[in-house]
Design a binder for this molecule. Structure first.
Ligand code: NAI
Length: 386
């Protein structure tokens, strides 16, 4: 018997839409799931945006005040897709109200915020999933298996890169992302948070790091109206960018492996250039989100001049089989969110965690905090593993 499960979405910008679409598609891809998400409520502070969301996406009710969602007994699970500075307040309130949480990364502005949301969920006994979607890519899951199986030998070093141009245009509006009070850190929160999660997902805990950061576009025009995603503005007043555009970091893993994590939001010529290279004593793996259904694999006993093959993901890789019948039918970004929704709802249905949890957000936030501390001190800094 499939049970209806009331869901709500708070913050209907880019991620709010993506989460809503993911809930709608879950039953198509996972017919065996024991719950069916019902869009009960949407909360959005921009006037009219919640009503438009309800009309287009089928929510039964719309509000400008997210507190209405906490008080709504029809709602069992909530997507928190509002800006970072609201994650802690909304996340802890929803947990206290007994709502399961699917919350976007980085889960607050600081490690303390991520911890507070994780603690609130643990106290309330609700499940918490986090938007670290790149680890859901079937090629990434296969990479993890290949590493764990020892196919590459011992992992020696790895590089994680997250370059984008979404903030490169000088007219890119000074939205919440560029303000400390609303976005927290800059590219650390936006992109390096994903990199820290991927690094740990593949290679285990990071123990120490040394980091550098920079602001390359120091002033931006203030937006003249409501924004969503990466809006442009021009001609009006400008304001100071308060957080970093670029972060570069050397990593030491508990395994002894070494790594590089580099993230930049103002890289002209780079669009979603997210990926990794992992090197072991006998092999290597290469992955790029822009070709996310391909995994570069070098395995064997040659050591030198060992070939690299491009493997197209197929039904044997991660959740690929829930989306396409045969290898090389490409999956896309939204599919990663359907997988995330599925694992979140399955956690609720079976009352045991599947996929990302709030503990993963705490780990990622601990790495970001260590990076910020290292930038300030200019020295190697330990990661305060929770
Ligand atoms: P956005 O700016 O497009 O959307 C945020 C929405 O929240 C806006 O519509 C805004 O009006 C609304 N909002 C602001 N204050 C509110 C309040 N008090 N109550 C209700 N709604 C409110 O931002 P975007 O890109 O959707 O980012 C949202 C979150 O998702 C951020 O935490 C971000 O880090 C994360 N994100 C994750 C991505 C991923 O790949 N996992 C990609 C992009 C963003």
């Amino acid at each position: 018997m499939v049970r209806a499960l009331g869901i709500a979405v708070i913050g209907f910008g880019w991620m709010g839409r993506v989460h809503t679409r993911a809930y709608a598609r879950v039953a198509h891809h996972y017919p065996g799931l024991g719950v069916r998400p019902e869009p009960v409520a949407v909360a959005e502070e921009v006037p009219g945006r919640a009503e438009e969301a309800a009309a287009r996406f089928g929510f039964a009710s719309a509000t400008r005040d997210w507190r209405d969602v906490a008080a709504d007994p029809r709602v069992e699970a909530v997507s928190v897709t509002a800006p970072n500075f609201l994650h802690r307040e909304i996340g802890t309130a929803m947990a206290a109200a007994g709502k399961h949480l699917w919350i976007e990364k980085p889960v607050g502005l600081t490690l303390a915020d991520a911890r507070a949301v994780a603690d609130a969920a643990a106290t309330a006994g609700v499940h918490g999933a986090v938007g670290f979607n790149y680890r859901n890519a079937p090629a990434v899951e296969t990479a993890r298996e290949l590493i764990a199986s020892g196919d590459l030998g011992t992992v020696t070093h790895a590089r994680f890169r997250l370059f984008s141009d979404y903030a490169a245009h000088p007219d890119g509006a000074l939205t919440w992302r560029y303000e400390r009070a609303h976005g927290g850190s800059g590219v650390l929160a936006d992109l390096a948070s994903h990199g820290a999660d991927l690094a740990r997902f593949l290679l285990g805990d990071i123990t120490e790091l040394v980091a550098d950061s920079a602001v390359f576009v120091p002033h931006r025009p203030r937006p003249t109206g409501a924004t969503a995603g990466h809006a442009r503005a021009a001609g009006g007043a400008t304001g100071a960018v308060e957080n970093e555009d670029y972060a570069g970091c050397l990593l030491r893993f508990a395994s002894g492996a070494r790594g590089v994590l580099e993230a930049c939001r103002v890289s002209v010529g780079e669009q979603n250039a997210y990926g990794f290279e992992v090197h072991g004593t006998r092999g290597a793996l290469f992955w790029d989100f822009r070709r996310m259904n391909e995994l570069g694999v070098s395995r064997g006993t040659a050591y030198q001049d060992q070939p690299v093959s491009t493997v197209y993901t197929g039904p044997g890789d991660g959740e690929f089989g829930a989306f396409q019948p045969g290898a090389a039918n490409a999956m896309g970004y939204d599919d990663l969110k359907v997988i995330e929704a599925y694992r979140f709802l399955r956690s609720i249905d079976e009352d045991r965690p599947y996929g990302t949890t709030l503990a993963d957000a705490v780990h990622s936030a601990a790495v970001l905090e260590a990076m910020a501390a290292s930038v300030r001190s200019g020295t190697w800094t330990g990661v305060r593993t929770p």
